[in-house]
Ligand binder design. Structure first.
Ligand SMILES: [Zn+2]
Length: 390
């Protein structure tokens, strides 16, 4: 066993929350909301009475939910039952939500959150999130809400593009912004085409606007693809990595164009720009790991896979660490509903890495000290180096 119990954790992909909102949702539904299906139903706005009933049937046999129940019961000092954990959690959260969060980070040694401010909307300010979460937070600026805002006002594509570049530069002036992010896989797909000429973009923008900004490949792709080139330039100009959602997500994803191979031509044309494939391309994780093994500046974050692949986490970490250079693998959770997901993911990642790296030592691939250094890098060091956070 490689002991990573005391290794600090930086979660490189999570989403902000307001404590008021945590208290506003039904405490009894906590376990449902931390399952993959439950989180997706909420984030894609599909939660209704019927899907909630279907979900409740699944939760009781979902390893992730059961691991959460047992560990949280221990943390809170209550019986490990669905009802008791929901009750004890509610009590502790309501008594002092900031202190409740602080105890989570202390117990799992989570030292930093690199968070995607694009979800939920409207954007939660870094000040508010830092105060509510009681964590050290670092913002990642998502370009799609900026584009949506500017497109509404722009009289031409040129105005949109100029406004967008000014916005990118303005956001980069904030030293707290550690990366840019795009979720173009949720809009028009990762198969970004070579840059279209300005006159063509003007026509396409007019058509997109005339459609009422319908989010489809037919209406929006030319404009969105071109603005991603402006984002890559801004990331290079301001020395920031670019996070790109890659792989599956909630049901709003354009799943047919969300694979690492769809993004590959764009990545290959920008070999010097650090790009994080958010979720490592999950469920096409082998493909993402391969891309990171051939392109020197492509990084992988293992969010979604950790924690939701549950029983398969060890096997998948073995693939990622074996195929991609481990110095480019970053721990993340993709928490988007409850702070306990960050807490649980940190523990699961530490333990799974410990087992996987111990096997590598047993098989004489690594020495114990090399294995330990790799584990510490994945949990925090690699993310700190890439994002310039200490
Ligand atoms: Zn996310």
């Amino acid at each position: 066993m490689i002991d990573l119990a005391s290794a600090p954790v930086v979660d490189v992909h999570c989403h902000p929350w307001r404590n008021d909102d945590l208290l506003a949702v039904d405490p009894a539904g906590f376990e449902d909301r931390v399952t993959m299906t439950g989180m997706c139903l909420v984030s894609s706005g599909l939660a209704d009475e019927r899907s909630a009933r279907a979900l409740a049937l699944l939760t009781g046999s979902t390893p992730l939910a059961l691991a959460m129940r047992r560990r949280l019961a221990e943390h809170l000092g209550c019986e490990p039952s669905r009802e008791e954990v929901a009750r004890a959690r509610r009590r502790a959260l309501a008594a002092d939500p900031v202190a409740y969060n602080a105890r989570l980070w202390e117990s799992a040694n989570v030292v930093g959150l690199v968070y995607d401010e694009g979800y939920p909307q409207p954007t939660i300010s870094p000040e508010r999130f830092a105060a509510d979460s009681a964590a050290t937070v670092h913002r990642v600026g998502r370009i799609e809400p900026w584009i949506a805002e500017l497109a509404q006002r722009a009289r031409s594509f040129r105005e949109l593009e100029e406004g967008f570049v000014a916005r990118l530069d303005g956001e980069a002036a904030d030293p707290g912004l550690v990366a840019f992010k795009s979720v173009i896989a949720y809009r028009t797909g990762l198969d970004v085409q070579p840059e279209a000429p300005s006159a063509y973009c003007e026509r396409e923008f007019e058509l997109w606007r005339a459609s009422g900004f319908v989010e489809s490949r037919e209406h929006a792709k030319t404009v969105r693809d071109r603005l991603l080139y402006r984002t890559l330039e801004a990331a290079a100009r301001h020395d920031r990595p670019l996070h790109i959602h890659c792989g599956g997500g909630d049901p709003a994803i354009v799943l047919g164009r969300a694979r690492p191979q769809d993004l590959f031509p764009l990545l290959a044309r920008h070999p010097d720009q650090p790009v994080v494939l958010v979720h490592s391309g999950w469920p096409w994780l082998e493909e993402g790991a391969y891309v990171a093994s051939v392109l020197p500046q492509v990084y992988l974050d293992v969010s979604i896979m950790v924690p939701w692949a549950s029983l398969a986490i060890d096997q998948k970490l073995e693939v990622v660490l074996g195929v991609a250079p481990p110095a480019k693998v970053l721990h993340g959770s993709d928490e988007a509903s409850e702070p306990e997901v960050i807490w649980l993911a940190a523990q699961l990642a530490r333990e799974a890495l410990g087992r996987v790296l111990a096997t590598a030592v047993e098989r004489a691939w690594l020495s114990a000290s090399e294995a330990l250094a790799i584990g510490e890098g994945v949990l925090a060091g690699n993310a700190r180096r890439l994002h310039g956070i200490e």
